[in-house]
Design a protein around this ligand. Sequence first.
Ligand code: SAM
Length: 261
Amino acid sequence: MTGFVSIVGAGPGDPELLTVKGARRLAEADLVLYDALVSGEALRLATRAHCFFVGKRAGLPSIRQEAIHRILIAAARVGKRVVRLKAGDPFVFGRGGEEALALACADVPYEIVPGVSSAIAAPALAGIPVTHRGFASGFAVLSGHDAAAWGPMVDAIPPESMTLVVLMGLGARATIAERLLQRGWPRATPAAVLLAASTPGAATWVGTLSELGSASLPDAGRAPGTLVVGRVASLATAIGSSVRSGLGATATITAARASGA
Ligand SMILES: C[S@@+](CC[C@H](N)C(=O)[O-])C[C@H]1O[C@@H](n2cnc3c(N)ncnc32)[C@H](O)[C@@H]1O
């Protein structure tokens, strides 16, 4: 009796940005293990499944990664169709690779259902193309979680050579901005902070690299946020003002308004 595990990306928050395949797997599932940032509306697609939260929340007790592996394996071995539902794409800072390896080692059949990553969707919804002819011909996606990891990468990137997208970097934005300035990025380099993209609480701050560290943000403590540094961030005003998501207009806070100017 072997079931099947689908490691599914839920997208950045708006359930309409879940893939058709992801929605189908949820409808067929017996068991769903879901992370923080997964929307309740996505879970409602899992009409016949038991759904359990196994997310990790900063500073709060959370289930160990190995325990998640054990549950996935045990449920599949008794014949269940399991969905492991993760925010964005499961292989972008989501530990989806570790779970796939655990399933492979246990000889449990599984699949990966990619999701729309916030690394690209959050900028796009704010009107920021991560590449744009004449502005940036490449982009790097970093985690701002651990300076020991992002520091050497930031130091290795020539100033203004590409767009930098930083996930999990809200709390470290002042340190990241300072390191980029030391590396030689101009103070006037456009920068943006994209909060809760694709959700009704979405907000966008647009300013410069020198203002990024002191940017005053709504709900910065709770909403997920993505940082963008590079010339493409200047397009948020031109493109973003005409972009409308299915959930309505994205609130935009410019640096000038945020600082009361
Ligand atoms: C643990 S990482 C997971 C990333 C996810 N696998 C993905 O591909 O989007 C969580 C981080 O993704 C970013 N993020 C997730 N959802 C977001 C959203 N709706 N708006 C802005 N950033 C988001 C934030 O930087 C957050 O701290």
